[in-house]
Design a protein around this ligand. Structure first.
Ligand code: GLN
Length: 232
């Protein structure tokens, strides 16, 4: 992060991975979504920071390396707080809770009720995600697994019928089910909490953003942003 001309404020660059609706997506060349609005509101609550106008749009599994290399200063990508990730980066307090779902083609032959039903099938997830970790840990060699650079690519294969199922965060599964030819087969509890990611030595930023999240949640802003992107 660089100090800016207006003296006091430190400009921070946010990085994300579009294609994960409604948290972050590219609509007509514009980056929009829940995480975009939320991080903007959270940074506005801080005393010492301002957000650079342009976000870095990266593949999901490039976000942590980009943070470590100081190409970005904060990750806002519906990223689940995990112990494994906390070995290399730090997270703010949680700003959203989610479970995982299994997506299948609408009206197709594949209709699983539980993870074990995916055995023998062609299953996809996005590289570096908790969804991918679940497939690897729970199903291993029992499925024919394909890792995609982006969940949108996996959803397209599902629509074409060249993939049987996708493991993906529940709110995103619901959103794809609303506007594509796919449906949620079932949801299973993982109790994931999303946090904004910062470098381990950026304690001040971590604290400022966590306080900002609390302030946004206490004001009407969190509910307004939720209403805007989830209609709840
Ligand atoms: N919440 C999931 C994870 O952290 C997926 C995030 C994403 O694909 N943007 O792995």
């Amino acid at each position: 992060a660089d100090d800016t001309d207006d003296g006091e404020l430190e400009t921070i660059v946010a990085g994300t991975n579009p294609g994960f609706e409604p948290f972050q997506m590219n609509v007509d060349g514009e980056l929009v979504g829940f995480d975009v609005d939320l991080l903007e509101a959270v940074v506005a609550e801080t005393d010492g920071y301002e957000l650079a106008d342009d976000w870095e749009e990266l593949e999901f599994d490039s976000l942590i390396p980009a943070l470590e290399n100081e190409n970005i200063d904060v990750i806002a990508a519906a990223m689940t707080i995990t112990e494994e990730r906390e070995e290399s980066i730090s997270f703010t307090e949680s700003y959203y809770s989610a479970d995982q779902s299994v997506l299948v083609q609408s009206g197709g032959d594949v209709d699983p009720d539980e993870l074990e039903d995916l055995e023998g099938l062609e299953v996809g997830a996005q590289s570096g995600t908790t969804g991918e970790g679940i497939v690897e840990d729970e199903l291993g060699d029992d499925v024919d697994y394909t890792s995609y650079d982006n969940y949108v690519l996996a959803v397209e294969e599902l629509e074409r019928g060249t993939l049987d199922a996708i493991v993906i965060d529940e709110p995103v599964a619901e959103s794809f089910a609303d506007d594509r030819d796919v449906e949620v087969a079932f949801t299973f509890e993982t109790g994931e909490e999303y946090g904004f990611g910062v470098r381990q030595d950026d304690d001040d930023l971590q604290e400022a953003l966590s306080e900002g999240i609390a302030a946004v949640e206490e004001s009407s802003e969190y509910d307004e942003i939720t209403q805007e992107w989830f209609g709840e």
